[in-house]
Design a protein around this ligand. Structure first.
Ligand code: ZN
Length: 525
C-alpha cells in the first residue's frame, strides 16, 4: 500500500520492481574487474547454499547460473536509483487489466487472491518497464530455471533464521565479501534487532518508560519550536526566492506536524503468535503480520498517527506525503541529545537532525509536495530554475567527494540528503545564536570567559556535529553505500556540510580559500 501522491489522504495498492539479491542493478551490469569478480563470488555463494539444501554440486552450480541469468535480466529492466527518486517517474495509475496487459504471462489474478489483498480497480504501477522485462524473462527462461530462482529467494530470505551453516554462509557472502565485515554481529544483537523488527511497538513501550522521561520530551518540544522559528527566518531572508514562493514555503513549514518519542496509540499484536522454540516460525509469522497490517490499509483513511520507525531506533525521518517529522526516542539520547548539556551541544547534535528533517520538506524531492503532502508545484517557474541552479551546485560538489579508490559519491543520488544536511546545520546554528542572544553567552552554565572545556559555544556546536558522524567503515562498505545509499558517507556528511557553511571557518579561524572554507561553496537553503 502507499499514499496516493496526488491525494495523500488515500491508501492505494501499488507494485514496484524487485527480485534482485545484490544491492543494486549496477552490480549486475557494470563491466569492470571488481564487479565481474563479485558476480563470480555471488554465483559460487548461491551454489554453496543449494548444496547445503542437499543438492549435488553439479546441480547446484547449474541452479546458481540460472539465478544469475534471471536476476541479470530483471536488473536490466529495473529503473536506476536516481530516476526512482523522482515522484513523477514512479507514478503510473493503471487498471488491473492494464497491468495484466504489461505482463500477461504472470498470473496476477491468482497472485492477488493468494496474498489475500482486498478489492481494488486501479493501482500505481511504479515501474512499468520492469514488469515488461519480467514478462519477457518469464517467456525466455525454462520452468526449471524459474523454480531455481524462486527456491533461491525463499532460501536467501530465510537464511539468517536457519541453522548455523546457512547463517555462516549467508554472512560470508553478503556481509564479509560484499561489505568487508570482519566478524558476525554478536548473537544477542541479532536477536534484539529481530525482536525490534517483529515486535518493536511492544518491547518499545518498556524501553521508553526507562529511557525517555517526560522532561526530555518537554525539552525536545522547545528545541523543535526554536528550529521552526529559525527555518521561518531563513526562508524570509533567502536572497534568491520571490515573495510569492516564500509565502507558499512558509505555509508548508507551518503545516509540518511533529511526532516525538513514541506513538500515541500502540500497535496491537494480539493476533501474532510467538513460540519459544520456533525462531524461523516467529520470523515468518512476524512478516505475515506486517504484510496483513499493510494490506488492511487498502481503501481506509490514512492513519496520521502511525510511525514508520520503532521507538528505540537511532534514526529520524520526514514523510513528504504526511508532511511530518518523526523522532523516535532512540535518537533522543547522547550523543544526539543530552538534557544535562548546554544548548551548543544539543543544537549541534539533535538540533542539526531536526533541521535536517525539516529541510527535507524543501529539498529537490520534498519541495514537489505541498503542505497537505500532495505532489503539486508551488514554486514560481523562475524560482524553480534558481533552485535547480543551486541544487546543481551541490550535485557537482558531492560528485567530487571520494570514498574509496575509483569510487566517488553520486551527487544526484545523495542530493536530497545533502540539501537537508546543509540546510539543517544552518538553521540549528541560527537557533543556537538566538539562544545565546536570549540568555547571554557568558551566563551559560559551565562557561568561564566565554569557553567551556576550552571551547567557545560555536566550537562546541561543530565538535558535537562532527562527533555525530564518527564511524568505523570498511572500504567495501563505503563502496556499497556510494552506489545504494541516498545519504553521503559519514565523512562527507561532516566535511561536505561544514565547508559550505562559513560559520565553521569563522569559529575555528580558517581563512577564505582554505580547504574547509572554499571560496565557491554551495547553498540552497
Ligand atoms: Zn534525511
Amino acid at each position: 500500500m502507499q499514499q496516493d501522491q496526488k491525494d495523500s489522504s488515500q491508501q492505494i495498492a501499488s507494485t514496484i520492481q524487485g527480485g534482485l539479491s545484490l544491492p543494486d542493478r549496477s552490480y549486475y551490469l557494470t563491466e569492470d574487474d571488481r564487479s565481474q569478480k563479485l558476480r563470480d563470488q555471488y554465483v559460487e555463494h548461491v551454489a554453496k547454499m543449494f548444496v547445503l539444501l542437499g543438492d549435488t554440486p553439479e546441480k547446484a552450480s547449474d541452479e546458481a547460473k540460472s539465478v544469475m541469468a534471471i536476476e541479470t535480466a530483471l536488473a536490466k529492466g529495473s529503473m536506476d536509483r536516481v530516476e526512482l527518486r523522482d515522484p513523477a517517474k514512479r507514478y503510473h495509475i493503471m487498471s488491473k487489466e492494464d497491468l495484466e496487459a504489461l505482463s500477461p504471462d504472470y498470473d496476477w489474478q491468482t497472485y492477488l487472491k493468494e496474498v489475500t489483498i482486498g478489492e481494488f480497480s486501479t493501482l500505481n504501477v511504479a515501474t512499468p518497464d520492469y514488469f515488461k522485462a519480467m514478462n519477457a524473462e518469464i517467456d525466455a527462461a525454462s520452468l526449471d530455471s524459474i523454480k531455481s530462482y524462486l527456491r533461491w529467494h525463499a532460501l536467501r530470505t530465510a537464511a539468517p533464521a536457519l541453522s548455523k551453516p546457512f547463517v555462516d554462509e549467508n554472512f560470508n557472502f553478503f556481509s564479509a565479501t560484499l561489505q568487508g565485515q570482519k566478524e558476525q554481529t554478536p548473537r544477542w544483537k541479532r536477536c534484539t534487532r529481530a525482536t525490534d523488527t517483529a515486535l518493536g511497538e511492544a518491547v518499545g513501550q518498556d524501553w521508553v518508560k526507562q529511557y525517555f522521561p517526560p522532561d526530555a520530551k518537554a525539552n525536545m518540544d522547545k528545541l523543535v519550536v526554536a528550529l521552526e522559528q529559525a527555518l521561518g527566518q531563513d526562508i524570509q531572508q533567502l536572497p534568491w526566492m520571490s515573495n510569492a514562493t516564500k509565502v507558499e514555503a512558509k505555509a508548508k513549514l507551518d503545516a509540518i506536524r511533529n511526532k516525538i518519542g513514541y506513538p500515541e496509540n500502540w500497535r496491537d499484536y494480539s493476533s501474532l503468535t510467538v513460540k519459544r522454540d520456533d525462531y524461523l516460525g516467529n520470523v515468518e509469522r512476524g512478516q505475515s503480520f506486517e504484510r496483513a497490517r499493510n494490506y488492511a490499509k487498502l481503501g481506509k483513511p490514512v492513519d496520521e498517527k502511525e510511525w514508520g520507525m520503532t521507538p528505540p531506533t537511532v534514526n529520524a525521518y520526514y514523510s513528504p506525503s504526511n508532511n511530518d517529522i518523526n523522532f523516535p526516542a532512540g535518537i533522543l539520547q547522547p550523543p544526539f541529545f543530552d538534557n544535562s548539556k548546554d544548548p551548543a551541544v544539543n543544537c549541534g547534535g539533535i538540533g542539526t537532525v531536526i533541521g535536517h528533517e525539516m529541510t527535507h520538506g524543501f529539498d529537490d524531492q520534498g519541495s514537489k509536495y505541498d503542505p497537505k503532502g500532495n505532489v503539486r508545484p508551488w514554486f514560481t517557474a523562475e524560482d524553480r530554475a534558481k533552485f535547480t541552479e543551486r541544487t546543481d551546485c551541490e550535485v557537482k560538489e558531492y560528485d567530487g567527494f571520494k570514498v574509496a579508490e575509483g569510487q566517488n559519491l553520486n551527487g544526484k543520488l545523495t542530493l536530497g540528503e545533502n540539501t537537508a544536511d546543509n540546510g539543517g546545520i544552518r538553521i540549528a546554528f541560527q537557533a543556537l545564536e538566538a539562544a545565546l542572544t536570549q540568555q547571554g553567552a557568558t551566563a551559560e552554565p559551565g562557561y568561564v570567559d566565554g569557553k567551556r572545556d576550552g571551547y567557545t559555544a560555536q566550537q562546541r556546536f561543530f565538535i558535537t556535529f562532527g562527533q555525530l558522524w564518527c564511524q568505523n567503515q570498511t572500504e567495501q562498505n563505503a563502496r556499497v553505500l556510494a552506489k545504494t545509499d541516498p545519504h553521503s558517507t559519514g565523512e562527507w556528511r561532516a566535511k561536505g556540510t561544514v565547508r559550505n557553511f562559513d560559520e565553521f571557518g569563522k569559529a575555528f579561524g580558517c581563512k577564505a580559500g582554505h580547504a574547509m572554507m572554499p571560496v565557491n561553496s554551495c547553498r540552497v537553503w
